[in-house]
Design a protein around this ligand. Structure first.
Ligand SMILES: CC(C)(COP(=O)(O)OP(=O)(O)OC[C@H]1O[C@@H](n2cnc3c(N)ncnc32)[C@H](O)[C@@H]1OP(=O)(O)O)[C@@H](O)C(=O)NCCC(=O)NCCS
Length: 175
């Protein structure tokens, strides 16, 4: 059965109101082995501190956070657009923390989030998007399938949550 998802911009207050499901999604991804800035052990304290910082950044107009909700208003995924850039790169934004809970993967939620993210980017006058993701990850395949251009790969860039070294693949997309 196909589940209908809707994507909404999350304000500072909405992030704080959805702190638990946002922490669930982040913990699920990190504990599932995703390379998204954090190391194991990873639990509620670190996740809540992260989202509280993100909420402050949203309030400061540095980034936009999107949330994907199912028909029961349950949050299943999220992504961020970092719009605050140096004055010589104001046409550009970075994409960060595309996360879909593993109970809801392969239903097109990430694709939907990225589609809405591009609309938000255009509305903010952005026409170049940049991101990086762990080389060899499912996310790398996802971006390649969603029309992102591979700029290149940097070896030994980051650690996976379990401490294993990984390269990162840098992608860009012109809007
Ligand atoms: C990567 C991630 C966001 C994908 O979310 P998703 O909602 O499952 O993705 P979608 O259903 O929109 O996938 C669309 C297409 O991308 C590709 N794709 C998605 N996940 C994939 C995976 N793990 N492996 C290979 N291809 C994948 C497929 O072509 C898929 O289409 P299909 O299901 O018809 O084959 C999700 O697996 C995730 O949250 N991973 C952990 C966090 C992470 O690594 N985030 C990236 C940080 S940069």
């Amino acid at each position: 059965m196909t589940t209908l998802h809707t994507v909404r911009v999350l304000s500072r207050d909405a992030i704080l109101a959805h702190l638990d499901p946002l922490c669930d999604i982040l913990e699920n991804s990190v504990n599932g082995g995703a390379s998204v800035s954090f190391m194991l052990p990873f639990g509620r304290d670190k996740a809540a501190a992260f989202w509280q910082k993100v909420a402050r950044s949203v309030a400061d107009n540095e980034r936009v956070v999107l949330g994907a909700f199912d028909e029961h208003e349950q949050l299943q995924g999220t992504v961020q657009l970092i719009i605050d850039q140096p004055e010589n790169q104001n046409h550009r934004a970075d994409v960060a923390k595309l996360l879909v809970h593993d109970r809801a993967r392969r239903q097109g939620i990430a694709r939907l989030l990225m589609c809405e993210l591009e609309k938000v980017a255009v509305a903010h006058g952005k026409n170049v998007l940049v991101l990086d993701t762990a080389t060899g990850s499912g996310a790398e395949t996802f971006y390649a399938h969603c029309g992102w251009e591979k700029a290149g790969m940097i070896p030994r860039y980051a650690l996976m949550p379990d401490g294993e070294m990984t390269g990162t693949t840098v992608f860009y997309k012109f809007l």
